[in-house]
Design a protein around this ligand. Structure first.
Ligand SMILES: [Zn+2]
Length: 353
């Protein structure tokens, strides 16, 4: 009797052991996985994709890929292939191999954190030039007929921003798309920026300077534009990446997302400095998204600043005044410096506002 009972117990034990090794031994519950990675999870049930967010890094992944070798993308930059998480009894579980792999990766990133991302180059693009005057308007200022041309205002501000940045960042490459009354095409301007050789941890900023114009002469104020996320750019050169074609669109979308996020942060930074310097004289029209051509192909965080409306009398008075052009320049400069400092302090890891 006793022996039979213990034999039964033994069989039950073996069965349980078999089941648990088959189903659970290699799985880590979501809550445990999160605590091991010190991460929070943002889960998109529709797309079946998740974002693990730690203090310093973010890891995106999906379900539905190859379960044995699924891409985990860290900080939009590093791709790791690990077994995919899956549903067990409608709970999300992670294979232990995956959590171990992610722990190792985060640890090695920690040791690499000295190699922080930096802005290697800043390209200042004074809008228009040469045969292309940009917006032109005539005003009577202090009883004198004054013709304002966008190309001159943008060049004056561009040169000042350039000089200030050169002094502030002697170790960075500060470039202008034009330094005189010349007309580089829009493609020329972008290719100047795209041709800058970059190290692995380096990025470029592209700042295009313009003045606004409107048939409505009361329209006035400054605004900063960034590239609309709707515009699908091919930011990843497929030849450079050996990743599978399955992963390429993901990395591409993420890089695009990152450039957009950084462009928004750069736009905010510039706008808040314009508020400080000129907010008492000019209304802020805020940040806008547009697929404007100038930066459409710029593979970098890019913004376009509209200083004011050349067609508005009050705005024109300011833009005709060298003291105010200096204020515009200072505001742009400070906005760029704030962004650069923040970008480099956080190792290029920026989060959406
Ligand atoms: Zn323009």
């Amino acid at each position: 009797m006793d022996r039979r009972l213990s034999f039964k117990k033994y069989i039950v034990f073996l069965i349980l052991l078999f089941i648990s090794s088959f189903c659970f031994a290699d799985d880590i519950e979501l809550s445990q996985a999160l605590s091991r990675l010190s991460a929070k999870l943002s889960w998109d049930p529709l797309m079946q994709t998740g974002l693990l967010i730690t203090d310093l890094h973010h890891i995106s992944f999906g379900i539905g890929y190859n379960t044995q070798s699924s891409p985990f993308i860290i900080d939009n930059r590093y791709v790791l292939y690990l077994p995919s998480p899956r549903y067990t009894d409608s709970r999300l579980v992670f294979p232990s191999e995956t959590i171990e792999g992610l722990e190792k990766a985060l640890l090695s990133l920690l040791s690499k954190s000295q190699a922080l991302y930096r802005i290697a180059a800043i390209v200042i693009d004074p809008g228009h030039g040469g045969k292309d005057s940009g917006a032109v308007a005539e005003h009577l200022i202090e009883k004198k007929k004054v013709t304002l041309q966008e190309k001159n205002i943008t060049l004056s501000v561009g040169k000042q921003v350039y000089e200030l940045l050169k002094t502030q960042f002697p170790e960075k490459r500060i470039l202008m798309t034009r330094t005189g009354d010349t007309y580089p095409t829009l493609e020329d301007r972008v290719s100047i920026a795209n041709a800058i050789p970059l190290g692995e941890h380096e990025a470029i900023l592209f700042i295009s300077i313009h003045t606004n114009a409107s048939f409505n002469k009361t329209a006035r104020g400054y605004e900063v534009w960034y590239l609309s996320p709707e515009y699908r750019r091919t930011l990843v050169d497929s030849k450079k990446f050996q990743e599978s074609t399955e992963v390429l669109p993901i990395i591409n979308a993420m890089l695009e997302e990152e450039f957009t996020t950084e462009s928004i942060l750069l736009a905010q930074s510039i706008l808040s400095q314009l508020d400080v310097s000129l907010g008492d004289k000019l209304p802020s029209r805020g940040i806008k998204a547009e697929e404007w051509f100038v930066v459409r192909n710029a593979k970098m965080p890019s913004v376009l600043v509209e200083l004011g409306f050349i067609t508005n009398y009050q705005d024109a008075i300011l833009m005709n005044d060298s003291a105010y052009l200096q204020k515009f320049s200072n505001a742009l400069y400070k906005g760029i410096v704030d962004f650069v400092n923040n970008f480099e302090k956080t190792g290029g890891f920026t989060t959406a506002p």
